[in-house]
Design a binder for this molecule. Sequence first.
Ligand SMILES: *Cc1c(COP(=O)(O)O)cnc(C)c1O
Length: 410
Amino acid sequence: MARINDNFLKLKAGYLFPEIARRVNAYTEANPELADKLIRCGIGDVTEPLPEACRRAMHGAVDEQGNSETFRGYGPEQGYDFLREAIVTNQFAGLGINADEVFVSDGSKCDSGNILDIFGPGNKIAITDPVYPVYVDTNVMIGNTGEADESGAYAGLVYLPCTAENNFVPAIPEEKVDLIYLCYPNNPTGGTATRRQLEAWVAYAKENQAIILYDAAYEAFIQEEDVPHSIFEIDGAKECAIEFRSFSKNGGFTGTRCAYTVIPKELKGFTESGEEQAIHQLWSRRHSTKFNGASYPVQRGAAAVFSEEGKEQVASLIKGYMGNAKLLREACEKIGLSVFGGINAPYVWVGCPEGVSSWEMFDRMLEGAQVVITPGAGFGAAGEGYFRISAFNSRENVEEVCRRVEENLG
Ligand SMILES: *Cc1c(COP(=O)(O)O)cnc(C)c1O
């Protein structure tokens, strides 16, 4: 009898995006003449093409693969040195991170899920609310939670509410937790954490021998001077944090796939009998057993993000998206909504009018402006009363969205 992992049966059947699709379909069936007008500002996917520098590097690498002199088979599981070194030099200069502490992969979604392989049962898990759903679902799959209640909250998880009152950075929990997921700049709220707030989290983690899983997928969107780019800017973080980074949102690699995880050698976990164990060693073993390295042409493309041209091209992509975010912020402010995020992140997080739920707001935007947004409640209970507009779109679409919002919803 082949037993399954029963934990999978606890998963809520991906409520958010199917429900969005259902409402959009019902609307376009009832109003076929408006179907073409629909603008989707719901998805967290980039819209602009890969930078030219990346494409050129990838073409070159494909040609190398076509020549027996330069052909490469299996590469190092942890990534080629040329990429690991470029990452350290360009992203972690002065922070004391070594190239062999960088593990290259095919995505941060996979890394942030797979990391649970190296942690044992019984860890108390803290997640922010609202949250990137991957952190929750991967903990459900591996058995770190109980069942979900009607609101979708899982027994056993410690939810850390993030609202306008705390500027979308959670208070330090009063209870002891073992693993803490933090994502800054944040998806979905677009919020950032200050140095002082991260210092408090690092102090908490060290005191409780906990580990912070820090997702910095949106690091490249930081515009303000005093916003930390990496958890490793905080003293002591190397003893209590893992950082996830990706080329998806800065270099537009969502369909090309390349990311990396930084695990300092100082970072320790504990065995069942309480002995210290280096996390780096465990992840290295896990990565080289279950992963055979990201594709060579893709790693060449990723390294080109750090070339002079690549940097300029990425900066121009970011500038475009952040220009969109500014327009979206202004349009929502003009119609009297309270607006958050969109300053150091490509997501604008908007408060619904008094008494309007986030799904009601979804319907208003769909019916009044033919714009698809993401209702905040879909990211967790504390997201109720908010909605997310993504700045990943063409300028033309964003301008049209702003016009419709101001004219039809004001
Ligand atoms: C987009 C995104 C990522 C990147 O995931 P990839 O698998 O590298 O594409 C990671 N974390 C968050 C919160 C994201 O929104």
